[in-house]
Design a binder for this molecule. Structure first.
Ligand code: NAP
Length: 463
């Protein structure tokens, strides 16, 4: 697939783009380096003004940007608009807090003065995924630019219009030319860019193979990376939980972004004593979900972003069944009303699906399922719940539902993940650090740690 916007609800090609030539890439790198030499000296207050202006543009034009994302990757329109609002929030958050986060820190030693200052690194390359086309980029852009770095964006090949819109927002907000640029390139050009001496660091949000490939290229060049990769988050429900709330949240947590979120709940681990009741209610709620045209306000589940994701999900459900799993609801796209709708019949729709009885050691139970498919497992007690939660190569988020203090403390202490949410679903928030362990990656975005990833922590010692 080249660089193209293809409407996932209809299969219609909206626009195709020619990738940048090597000469055009070289010009963009020159421009970025030139911009950095001046931008690094610009005071925080000025950078904050530009970033606040970007927030304002996002807020004023949230309907248009929301529609753009929906048409490119199929997210239902309500969540698309909410994503634009959240992108404005992260801009305002760093505009207000960056100077405080990066203020010099005095440290007492034998020197007459010793302290630490935080300085920008230079050009940072961001390789981003399509699932949250605005949010993923703004949560990189806001801290990176406030710290005085300049950014180059290689966005996913199926969201080029979103990528261009973000570059344009930065320009209109007043950031000097070259401070934030979009590169319309394929993944095959990433190593070449990393190999340029002027590029100082890189971040990638996406799959494990892509992350490993970027980290290998950066490793050869001794360049810092942050990786935000996949997840197969556990959602644990214990007998003492508020079942009403747990079931409703379980639906949202799995179905967010039509199931295509790194921090979606993917493995439901339920205490045996309440498992039947949990499943009955979950199936009822799944049956009521509205799958359809993502531009309609009442649609809850849109199409998957690309035809290849649709095929992958269908294949993974088949693997669940071959391993012994049973499909309680869903599993058959031809049963959806979209299948009979002439306008949507070429869309990448997959029904909300629940699979039970997949053996925990089956290979498929270890994979990330990036669509509206929930795997539900039963466990006798807290010990078994934690063991199963940790029986995964990933360690991104986790959610646990209990009203027993000792169980809550065990989950907080013993789940191997970058975050644990008790009696709530995992969500990102500009104020809270976000990132994973194990094969979910390393480094953190957001919060105070997020702005410290791409800076030189310079020690100063004066006699
Ligand atoms: P993907 O294929 O890895 O693509 C992500 C980005 O990496 C795209 O820009 C892609 O470009 C690029 N890319 C692909 N292969 C590459 C390579 N070998 N070298 C350099 N760049 C490469 O991921 P996806 O399937 O689109 O996205 C879904 C994945 O992202 C899931 O695993 C999800 O869990 C993860 N994700 C993680 C987070 C997080 O914060 N942890 C957030 C969102 C998503 P092209 O489009 O041109 O191939």
């Amino acid at each position: 697939m080249g660089i193209a916007s293809i409407n996932p609800a209809t299969g219609e090609t909206i626009q195709t783009f020619e990738p940048l030539t090597d000469e055009a890439i070289a010009l963009k790198l020159d421009q970025a380096q030139h911009a950095f030499e001046r931008y690094r000296t610009i005071p925080f207050s000025q950078r904050a003004q530009w970033l606040s202006a970007a927030a304002q543009i996002l807020e004023h034009e949230k309907e248009q940007f929301g529609k753009l994302m929906t048409l490119e990757m199929g997210k239902p329109i309500g969540p698309s608009i909410a994503e634009v609002e959240k992108s404005a929030w992260v801009c305002r958050y760093y505009a207000e807090n960056a100077e405080k986060f990066l203020a010099p820190v005095a440290i007492e030693t034998d020197a007459s003065q010793s302290y630490v200052i935080y300085q920008p690194l230079g050009i940072v390359l961001a390789v981003m995924p399509w699932n949250f086309p605005f949010w993923q980029v703004f949560r990189f852009l806001a801290p990176a630019l406030m710290a005085g770095n300049v950014g180059l964006l290689k966005h996913a090949s199926n969201v080029p219009q979103s990528a261009l819109a973000i570059e344009d927002i930065c320009r209109r907000a007043g950031f000097p030319a070259g401070v934030f640029q979009t590169l319309l390139i394929g993944a095959d050009k990433v190593a070449q860019i990393v190999n340029d001496d002027r590029v100082k660091a890189a971040t990638l949000t996406g799959s494990e193979p892509a992350g490993a490939s970027l980290a290998a290229a950066c490793g050869k060049q001794i360049k810092k990376t942050v990786l935000e990769l996949g997840g197969s988050d556990p959602f644990i429900v214990m007998e003492s939980a508020n079942l009403d709330e747990a079931v409703s949240t379980a639906v949202t947590a799995r179905m967010i972004n039509s199931g295509q979120s790194c921090i979606a709940a993917k493995r439901f681990i339920v205490q045996e004593s309440i498992a039947d009741e949990f499943l009955t209610r979950l199936v009822d709620k799944y049956a009521a979900l509205k799958v359809g045209d993502p531009l309609q306000r009442d649609t809850q589940i849109g199409p998957l972003a690309t035809a290849s994701i649709l095929h992958e999900i269908a294949h993974q459900v088949q693997l669940c069944q071959e391993a012994g799993g049973k499909v309680l609801i869903g599993g058959d796209p031809s049963a959806l009303p979209t299948y009979a709708d002439p306008r949507l019949k070429h869309g990448n729709f997959y029904p909300p699906t629940i699979v039970v009885d997949v053996p925990i050691d089956a290979a498929i139970a270890q994979e990330e399922i990036f669509g509206p498919v929930a795997m539900v497992f039963r466990v006798p007690d807290v010990e078994a719940a934690i063991r199963l939660a940790n029986h995964s190569p990933f360690g991104l988020g986790s959610s646990a539902w209990t009203n027993i203090d000792s169980e809550r403390d065990r989950f907080i202490q013993d789940i191997e993940a970058g975050c644990v949410f008790i009696n709530g679903m995992v969500k990102s928030d500009p104020r809270l650090p976000f990132g994973g362990i194990k094969r979910s990656g390393y480094g953190r975005e957001l919060g105070e740690p997020g702005i410290r990833e791409f800076v030189n922590i310079k020690t100063v010692w004066v006699k």
